[in-house]
Design a binder for this molecule. Structure first.
Ligand SMILES: NC(=O)c1ccc[n+]([C@@H]2O[C@H](COP(=O)([O-])OP(=O)(O)OC[C@H]3O[C@@H](n4cnc5c(N)ncnc54)[C@H](OP(=O)(O)O)[C@@H]3O)[C@@H](O)[C@H]2O)c1
Length: 200
């Protein structure tokens, strides 16, 4: 998720700082092949960035947040899905969400849930278009300014942003990601799928 989204954003002209890997050479390679990029520690990445993407497995969230240090005032995009290891459900249940649990851990950050309902393969594809259609990206959060920033980033990434409301709507977006896993991995649709919300 991090390499795919970071690479798209770098090609859109953003300065991207790749971080948090067991293999720092991977980060260096990513930074070298994309424009405007650097690689380094999570605390360096967070300190030099306005927007931080948290793209680690649920089990690694605490370690990653600890490594970033202060996130006060930063826009923190949470694309995690707190899947149980056997994919049988959500580790946090349905009366909270990973996004809300993360917000509670970093109360000064402005958490926005986004990008979690689309497979990484779509971010690694050459285009986000499916034919001529731009897929929907549902997002939610409590800070209007942070949501506006992320909405623009969603458009730059190639999606139609749809505001799903407060951060507690992550309680719907995270199970929706489980449905995508069911469709993509168990029903045989594959991972190059995305949702398209229509309205009139
Ligand atoms: N993959 C998808 O299609 C998809 C779609 C939507 C949402 N998500 C969610 O997005 C989050 C990231 O998913 P992902 O597929 O990008 O995961 P991933 O490929 O496993 O990436 C996890 C990141 O954490 C790093 N990391 C550092 N220390 C680690 C450690 N001790 N153990 C494991 N990883 C460590 C990994 O770096 P190294 O491996 O280089 O060490 C990598 O940068 C997850 O919460 C997932 O549920 C995934």
């Amino acid at each position: 998720m991090g390499s795919g989204l970071g690479t798209i954003w770098a090609h859109k002209g953003h300065h991207v700082f790749f971080s948090f890997s067991r293999d720092p050479r991977k980060l260096g390679t990513l930074a070298n092949v994309t424009p405007h990029c650097r690689a380094g520690s999570p605390s360096e990445a967070a300190a030099s960035s306005e927007i931080v993407l948290l793209s680690v497995g649920w089990a690694m969230v605490d370690e990653a947040l600890k490594a970033t240090g202060g996130l006060d005032g930063k826009v923190l995009i949470d694309c995690t899905n707190p899947l149980k290891p056997d994919l049988s459900g959500l580790a946090v249940g349905l009366e909270t969400s990973a996004a809300e649990e993360i917000q509670a851990r970093v109360s000064g950050a402005r958490v926005v849930k986004a990008f979690n309902t689309v497979f990484a393969e779509v971010y690694h594809s050459e285009t986000r278009l499916f034919g001529s259609r731009r897929p929907t990206m549902l997002f939610c959060g409590n800070d209007p300014g942070a949501k506006s920033t992320v909405s623009k980033l969603i458009i730059e990434t190639g999606f139609e942003p749809v505001d799903a409301g407060p951060l507690s709507s992550a309680r719907y977006l995270e199970p929706l990601a489980m449905l995508m896993v069911q469709l993509g991995r168990k029903q045989g649709l594959g991972t190059n799928i995305a949702l398209n919300l229509i309205h009139r």
